[in-house]
Design a protein around this ligand. Sequence first.
Ligand code: FAD
Ligand code: UDP
Length: 381
Amino acid sequence: MYDYIIVGSGIAGAAVARKLAEEKNKKILVIEKRSHIGGNCYDKPDRHGILVHEYGPHIFHTEDEGVREFLSRFTEWYDFGHEVVAKVGDRLIPVPFNLNTLHMVYDEKKAARLEEKLVKEYGEGSRVPIMKLRENSDADVREIADFVYKNVFLYYTMKQWGQKPEEISPEVTGRVPVVISRDNRYFKDKYQSMPLHGYTPMFEKMLAHENIEVRTGTDCRRVLEFQDGNIYFEGSGYTGGVVYTGAIDELFGCRFGRLPYRSLDFRFEHLPQDSFQGHSVVNYTVSEDFTRITEFKYLTGQKDAKGTTIVKEYPFAYTGAENEIPYYAILNEENEKLYEKYRKLTEEYPHFYLLGRLAEYKYYNIDAMCRKAMDLAEELA
Ligand code: FAD
Ligand code: UDP
């Protein structure tokens, strides 16, 4: 009846569903355990009419023309060069730390000298991971590295991961390098934007196809069974394909133990004032228990909205409790070994594919996830 059953309606599930349905004329069932589609990109207007991102701020950014073109079929865009500042004492400084930040934290003469050194050492426009900058043997460069490490990375990373920057994968801190330029934008990609009317309408259009059926409010474990190399759908043998974008350990009853994740508690507040912080995102890098505050009207261009809605993010270790969501895989050798044990179990099932941030236990952005989904659809054909 269905050529493919796709578990999860985030960007991974939705993109692969659309491609297979439209380009390969496959009959698709998308199963989603939440009451809505869109995965962590889901957004909706709150009670005050302000469009909010239920699962934290999501900014679309990419260099991938194919991904941009594919998604542009389902949305127009609000171009938005996302800028982040960090609250350090009573100052707000640009993050990633860049030459503008350098001139804010050192006096003119010293900043000019340090700038010259950084440009000479790394080249104008380069992006240097903090852990790399710290290895530099020059005392001036190390002074900058120490400042950035202490004021931008150390406390924020402790909150986010419960570990120091040197204890987590360098890939993670490397996402926010020190930038040798005057560009205050958080990302460097050619396209930086938000879906003009929000992510949810974009997902609705992506999944609106005659070959796609979507069932929300359905945990796949209620309808799919995996036993000795056979897949059963609603009790009957099923020989079509399954693309799974959920957490892999949960699919196998966490039999080898839980894969560790970090989770977040999002606390929303609506305030009767026009503006709270005047910025889309302020990172709290040296104080507070939350990591950052997002003020949605600055993220989505709703500048004329009455009142303002903000969200604070409080990180914690995911325990698997019913109301918790696993957001971030914790990348290290031990966890990857455990992941691999689970992945091996899937080899028994010939038409079973793992796709997505959870299923692959990786740290993907939206665009990279969409690219993988598009490529998988090609491969499956
Ligand atoms: P998800 O979006 O998590 O979708 C997986 C879906 O599967 C979920 O809807 C889930 O309910 C469903 N599911 C799981 N298990 C089952 C089951 N058993 N049965 C049925 N359904 C199931 N990326 C960017 O590019 N820009 C950003 O600014 C950005 N900000 C982020 C901020 C935060 C706080 C987080 C956590 C991530 C951010 N990301 C950002 C990353 C982005 O969220 C991911 O790249 C993207 O959501 C991955 O899509 P996915 O489909 O793999 O996973
Ligand atoms: N980070 C930090 N301070 C900041 C911004 C980022 O220490 O002000 C570190 C932190 O460890 C974080 C990582 O860099 O988890 C990656 O940041 P990014 O903004 O990419 O995280 P995401 O938006 O994916 O949560």
